[in-house]
Design a protein around this ligand. Sequence first.
Ligand code: CTP
Length: 319
Amino acid sequence: THSFHYHSNKSSTVVGDLGRGINNSIESPSSDWRFNRSLSNIIRKSILKFLDAEKDISVLKGNLKPGDTIHYIFDRESTMNVSETLYQLIPKVSPMKKQHYRQCAIVGNSGILLKSRCGAEIDSHDFVIRCNLAPVEEYRADVGRRTSLVTMNPSVVQRAFQDLASSHWRERFLERLSSLNGSVLWIPSFMAKGGEERVQWASELILRHGINVRTAFPSLRLLHAVRGYWLTNKVPIKRPTTGLLMYTLATRFCEEIHLYGFWPFSLGPNGLPVKYHYYDSLTYEYRAQSSPHSMPVEFRALKRLHSQGALKLHTGECN
Ligand code: CTP
């Protein structure tokens, strides 16, 4: 198998400096960055040995039935049942079947996006992936608003929509989903325990109000497969973040992948403070303690791929 880890060319020597200076700007002048189509093809093929995003992006109606018991991927001792409601939202065919795009944007939720004015550039991609139903309207100059696929960890229902406890929050949730206009809503409902009721409430609302979204629920093997791919390439991650999962999946159906809003550090390239999220007051310190992720490790891997031209990390302002 290939290993981009050892891939050596002039630019990849830059990667050796990563441990020392995370706050160095990674933004080489745009003219310096060239898409490396052959490396990107190698990566796509190599990931395909571990998973097939077309299939693993969602379980299908044929794989499950109502009443089935599922062991959570990260909490094996806990189980959930596939409810009748959830079953109704499971697709019959993969929402990404036979889909191919030239340029995709994956938008992470870092505060690095604030004042970036990257909205129009992000929206100009053929396919735009966003994470955790992050708000767009009030930030659209910086983050854009176009959304082809958006993820929703069950915890988002609690964190951003107060567990849909009042009609106000149910309304806001429904508005956000309606604004998706038929895009893919990707809900990792089988990963960690604690989200069963939240997925249930969300699903009931979607069905009751006939919300136009294409729901998808990642396959039971996706997590292990993604982790396996990165481990094989010497990137030791316990639990891949949503952002890294999206990149790994996107290699299947995107030619050129551009990442925005990936910056898991409290200081920006220019040494100024950066918010953990562009849209709320969660602090980086808080997330570092409570999160099972190793974002800086992931970031170093992404930065290496950027320097090799396999993807483009945007961390500066857009024109
Ligand atoms: N991200 C980043 N830097 C930040 C915040 C987020 O690089 N300061 C990226 C991560 O890849 C993350 C994605 O943006 O998965 C979406 O952010 P968020 O919704 O905050 O994800 P988390 O809830 O932190 O983590 P996850 O959903 O992966 O459990």
